[in-house]
Design a protein around this ligand. Structure first.
Ligand SMILES: [Zn+2]
Length: 356
């Protein structure tokens, strides 16, 4: 397979490539599905490939597509990984989770089939699933207009808000997750969604012997084009942190809204894995491949969300959907090349840290 061909055009193609590559690599596989179908009536599932020990104590967990449309980069890295897996010790396993939000990837959305941002859905207690940051209430009418997409000076109006309230405040308000507006952006859901529920069960059952876990969750979005930057969960993995610092000069952050270009989120996957695998020491790293300007990304997300709610029959071929795809998975050769290179590098560092 030529390298560029690791990047699929559709979810359907990505899923079938992943399953084929897993078979070729001799991996054991699982497929989680809950009755959803894609735009071509294809089955939507979370597909998992496992190489190595059955009751592994050391697990390298690599996840893609929790944000749907962002899944094309992670999927490509995973195809490459199945072709060139690291050396796995007798008590170790490599667990590759393909596309945690298949609906979003198939229909080109960031949220899932219920408009839930799955990386805000892993809230520990249902009682916490309410409310929103004060700033979100303020910008809700601007962010989520109840009408189909049209040109309405969004960027200018957003800039005016930034001048008024400050960039950090608004970024935190928008991105930390909200539980007040089910049709809005960054909605975390009022219950644990079906996909995350099945995934939690799978992890609990299949990784219960794990004592050390390094989890990599691949995203795309904010940041320099094609370069990855990492967000580490703050209270874990000091040794891993030090190792990464050597290689990610200035492109490594901890979850802390004051000092970083990252922001704090509620209900993120990084909180779920240590909660499920209580006996394991978990190093969780979010790897984000930059695609350019933040306001452009937000505009594309806003347009797609308006389309989704107010033009329900719009297909994945709709220009607004294509624009979102290009924002979160640029089609340029340079971007793709960098994604594969940096994606491979992080896996190499993680497997060296965990397995050697
Ligand atoms: Zn993301």
């Amino acid at each position: 397979m030529k390298k560029d061909r690791y990047f699929s055009k559709t979810y359907r193609q990505a899923r079938s490539r992943f399953r084929r590559a897993a078979r070729r690599a001799g991996a054991r596989t699982s497929s989680l599905h809950w009755g959803l179908r894609g735009p071509e009536n294809e089955k939507l599932s979370v597909d998992i490939a496992i190489l190595g020990a059955k009751r592994a104590r050391r697990v390298l967990l690599h996840c893609s597509g929790i944000h749907g449309v962002e899944g094309f980069a992670g999927s490509a890295v995973q195809l490459d990984l199945l072709r060139h897996p690291p050396r796995i010790p007798a008590d170790g396993a490599l667990v590759i989770v393909h596309c945690l939000n298949p609906y979003g990837m198939a229909y080109l959305r960031r949220a899932n089939e219920n408009n839930v941002d799955l990386n805000r859905n892993f809230v520990e207690r249902d009682g916490e699933r309410k409310g929103a940051h004060d700033g979100y209430h303020r910008i809700h009418p601007l962010l989520n207009p109840a009408s189909p997409p049209r040109y309405d000076f969004f960027t200018l109006r957003l800039l005016a808000r930034i001048v008024r309230h400050g960039f950090r405040y608004l970024r935190q308000a928008g991105a930390e997750g909200q539980y007040s507006y089910p049709r809005g952006l960054f909605f975390g859901g009022h219950r644990l969604e079906d996909g995350p529920l099945l995934f939690e069960r799978w992890i609990r059952k299949n990784l219960r012997k794990a004592r050390r876990v390094v989890a990599i969750d691949v995203h795309t979005g904010i940041g320099e084009i094609g370069r990855d930057w990492l967000i580490l969960e703050r209270h874990h993995g000091e040794a891993f942190h030090r190792l990464l610092e050597k290689h990610y000069n200035g492109r490594l952050d901890t979850l802390d809204p004051e000092n970083t270009i990252a922001y704090k989120v509620r209900g993120g996957l990084e909180l779920a894995i240590p909660r499920i695998l209580k006996k394991a020491y978990v190093d969780f790293v979010t790897e984000e491949f930059g695609t350019g300007s933040g306001t452009g990304l937000l505009r594309a997300l806003r347009d797609e969300n308006r389309l989704y709610h107010h033009v329900p029959d719009a297909s994945p071929g709709h220009p607004v959907k294509r624009a979102l795809l290009e924002r979160f998975a640029p089609s340029t050769a340079l971007w793709r090349k960098r994604v594969l290179k940096d994606g491979r590098r992080l896996i190499r560092l993680a497997s060296r840290y965990l397995f050697e």
